[in-house]
Design a protein around this ligand. Sequence first.
Ligand SMILES: [Fe+2]
Length: 223
Amino acid sequence: MFFKWSGDFFRGPEKNIKQHNNMEKFEEKKFDIGELKGISAKNIEEHLKLYAGYVKNANTVVEKISALSAEFFGKNIDNSYLIAELFRRFSFEYNGMRNHEVYFSSLSGGAKSLNPESELAKKLVETCQSVEIFLMGFKNIALTRGVGWAVLWYDKKDKRLIASWVDEQHLGQLNGCEMILALDMWEHAYVYDYPTSEKKKYIEAFFENLNWEVIEENFKQAL
Ligand SMILES: [Fe+2]
């Protein structure tokens, strides 16, 4: 796990809490997002606040687990149910943080089109026959009812691209697959710009502003 559970952990709660306080925390990333077409600065600003909340809460969950675990081991207080629920919650906050980092990175640096000679473009064509067909399918996934994410993954084991839907932030994340492209379909991602009945317009705006160079690089890193 992410805690430094060394032998010191079992020597007492005070020492462990001190040790935890010296731990590296998850850090909020900064993004170079300029003016976008069809997605307002206000919406991005509010959305970034939500992202900051995921970073903060991921750290909070870790801190609380550490403190409660110290009580559990140090004073033999049975708070295992609380600890278990925090562990259950961790993947929501952690993936909420990481999903948004992929999303905001992909809107950073200005819109750039997909290079048809790139490894990613070739793989998309190999997988879907054409980039246009891939986009049609991906946008259709993005229209899934409920809040969550449309995601393009690279499955390193089978060396193939997979597109899928992630509910909320964490339900449906694919084990061992690298996230290449992530489209946030929570209503907060577009609520300042479009009514929920017009989320198709937000999907189009996302692709209009997408920096494909970032996505190509994500794919290269995954390879
Ligand atoms: Fe979001």
